[in-house]
Each structure stands twice: as C-alpha cells, then as structure tokens.
Design a protein around this ligand. Structure first.
Ligand SMILES: [Zn+2]
Length: 400
C-alpha cells in the first residue's frame, strides 16, 4: 500500500483531480451557488462585499460596486480594502464567503473526493482544461477583432463631420482656440451618438441606451500606429464643464467609454515628426492642457499623448507571494502602455482627483516598465499638480 503522504497515493491523486475540477469552474456560477448577488458588466461581476457587507457606488466613476470579480481571471477584491475579501478563483471565493479551509472549500465545490483516480486520468483532466482555455482564448481574440472593426466603422462614419462643436466643448474645459491652434487630427465629432451599456438582465444580455448626444471621438493607436480602439467622450454644452448627466438606476455614470482593444495604445494628440520627449496625461483634456502649458518648458520635440486610464498607464503590478507590489511592474503584461523607441524622456502628468501618494506609486510602475522595455528611455518624471487641482483646473483658474 502506498504511503498516505506520497503524491501518488490514490487519495492524494483524487484530491488533485478535485482541485483541477475546481479550477475549471466558471467563477460566476460559483458566485451564484454562494448566493452572492452580483451584476455583470464589461467582464466584471460586482455587488455587496460578502465580508464587510459594503454596497454602493463610487460617484462619477460608473457602475462600480464594492466587491468585484474579474470574470476573465477569477481575481476578486473589495474596494473598501477588506484584506480577507481578496483572492483568485473558485476555491478562494468559497474560502472567503464560507470562512472555510482550502480542503473544505474543495469539498464544497466538488462534493465527496474519496474516489480514486489514476495519474493518467489526472493528466487527461489537465489536458482537457488546457484545450478549453485555449478555445476561450481564441474566442476572446475573435471578439476583440470584431470590437476593433466596429470601432473603426464608427471612426470612419465621423470622417468629414464639422468639428466646430469640439472647440466649444474644449473651451468649456479651459482649452481655448487661441491656446490650441490646431485641433488634433485624432479627434472627430458626431452630433447624435448613443451611449450604450451591455447588461445581463434576467439571465439575458441586453444593450441599454442610457443617453444620446454629441460625442468627441478619439482614435487610440497601438504601438504599430494602427487604429485599435475608439475613445468616446459624450458632452453637453449646456452643462458645467460640458459633462452630461448619464444615469443608470439613479447612479451617475462616467461620460467616457472605449470600444475596441487598448493594447499598448494611446491617444496621440500631438506628435511632432521627430520627438525625444513624451508627455502623457490620463485624459484628453489634461493632456492638451499640458501641451499648452508645456510648450515653453519642454520645447518643440515633444509629443503629448493621452494614456486613456491610470490603469493603462501603470499596467499590472508584480506579485510577490501572491501580493501585488504597487510601484513594481509585471513585465509580462502585454497590454499596458510602453513608449516607442526613440523616446529619451518620459513624463507622466498626474491628475489630482485621487489619492496622490498611491497614484504616484502606481505610476512609478509605468516608468519602471518603460525603463525595462524601451531601450532609449533614460529620464523619467512624474509631474504632480498643485494640491486639489488638476492641470486643467489650474489653467481654468488662470484664464478667468
Ligand atoms: Zn469589504
């Protein structure tokens, strides 16, 4: 009889097979079994936190609940920072929600694991899981390509449309015609454009149109310069700062959405033929403001690109013993932004609308990624705006 502690012991093989089975489970179905009430949108399932019970939305940042599960990799966390509501995958989720051990969680998911299993059977299960994962990857790639094509179609539709309303919108954001002589070619306008969200309602996917109105479209170009994604900013000239009120169940939604794949992309607002300095803000407005303010400071060989989102600028963080290391980039991340070869000086402009210290640390990961992956990049900087103001606010104050 084999040693009970031997990995070849039938009981241990059976347990390994059970773990394989758990890893195969779709996290949203496990969440359902655990009676978590979650709303699914754009690859995330969100709802009240099973640990602190905290529910609710973060104003202005869209349909964000406290507890969030990433449906593509199974990672989950509580936005309120519950340390014990963090993890990855079905087993972790059961451990967190039920407060049980690893073994108990596996039993909860697959039932009795006392049956025996051979090494060959285990291998077969692993191979089957790999095949399913590969197929899922291919499906994902196809959907991504479809999204890019759809985005390109909208971008083409806006060709030739008079862009004067964009001038009016940017003026509301403190960017006057005089300060910005040429409107970037990567910006286009459509007068009547739907704001749509995909939501699962009663188990079926539906497209909800929450709003319709003027939109500023921006092309997001990949590292090969090709169009990959459409950035959409809805605006309303009759409202403060031009921001329309877009509501879902009474909760204010962000007025910006992207469509397509952001992989390594940026909104290349101002790109001189030869540039050695790259200045990057998060949004279009902040970056254009930096371009106006920076003309004297950085000189003519400077490009100004918008980085789309903070997350895209810093990318994934390295993990040590499963813990995220803010400030240290995961160099395997193939999606986050990296400056093109030829850039010597890379500067992030920070928005001041979040936690300053934390944002700075996160952005340092982006600079370290640039240092590791762009061979010409030598100098790095993070520009922090004055307390409580973003650059855009500062310029607005200066033009009053
Ligand atoms: Zn919590």
């Amino acid at each position: 009889m084999a040693d009970r502690r031997s990995p070849q012991h039938p009981r241990n093989l059976a347990f390994k097979a059970a773990i394989e089975q758990c890893r195969d489970m779709r996290i949203e179905l496990v969440a359902e079994r655990l009676d978590l009430e979650l709303i699914t949108a754009s690859g995330w399932a969100s709802g009240a936190c099973p640990k602190c019970g905290s529910a609710g939305h973060t104003p202005g940042s869209g349909p964000v609940d406290r507890f969030n599960i990433n449906l593509s990799d199974g990672g989950f966390f509580c936005r309120k920072g519950c340390d014990d509501a963090k993890g990855s995958g079905a087993i972790d989720l059961v451990m967190v929600v039920q407060g049980v051990s690893f073994k108990e969680a596996v039993r909860y998911l697959v039932g009795d694991v006392s049956y025996t299993v051979t090494e060959a059977e285990l291998e077969r299960q692993r191979a089957a899981r790999k095949r399913r994962n590969d197929q899922a990857e291919r499906n994902k790639a196809n959907r991504r390509q479809e999204a890019i094509e759809l985005a390109r179609g909208q971008w083409m539709r806006a060709r030739g449309e008079d862009r004067a309303p964009l001038r009016d919108y940017l003026a509301l954001r403190g960017i006057s015609r005089r300060a910005l002589r040429d409107l970037p070619v990567v910006l286009r306008y459509l007068p009547d454009y739907p704001y749509e969200l995909r939501r699962k309602i009663d188990g079926r996917w539906r497209t909800l149109e929450l709003h319709r109105g003027p939109v500023m479209l921006a092309a997001i170009q990949g590292d090969d310069g090709k169009f990959r994604c459409l950035h959409q900013t809805w605006f309303d000239l009759s409202r403060p700062k031009g921001k329309p009120e877009i509501l879902l169940d009474g909760v204010r939604q962000t007025n910006k959405l992207t469509r397509g794949s952001q992989r390594r992309g940026a909104i290349r607002l101002i790109t001189p033929p030869k540039f050695t300095t790259l200045v990057m803000g998060e949004g279009i407005e902040t970056t254009l403001t930096a371009a106006i303010a920076g003309r004297e400071i950085f000189g003519p060989d400077t490009a100004y690109w918008a980085g789309i989102s903070l997350g895209h600028m810093h990318g994934k963080f390295a993990r040590v013993d499963g813990k995220r290391q803010l400030g240290q980039p995961d160099l395997e991340d193939e999606r986050a932004f990296v400056p093109p070869e030829g850039v010597r000086r890379f500067i992030f402009i920070m928005d001041a609308d979040g936690k300053i210290e934390e944002t700075r640390t996160k952005l340092e990961a982006g600079l370290r990624r640039a240092k590791a992956q762009c061979s010409t990049c030598q100098r790095f900087q993070i520009v922090e705006p004055a307390k409580g103001q973003d650059l855009n606010d500062m310029l607005m104050g200066a033009t009053k």
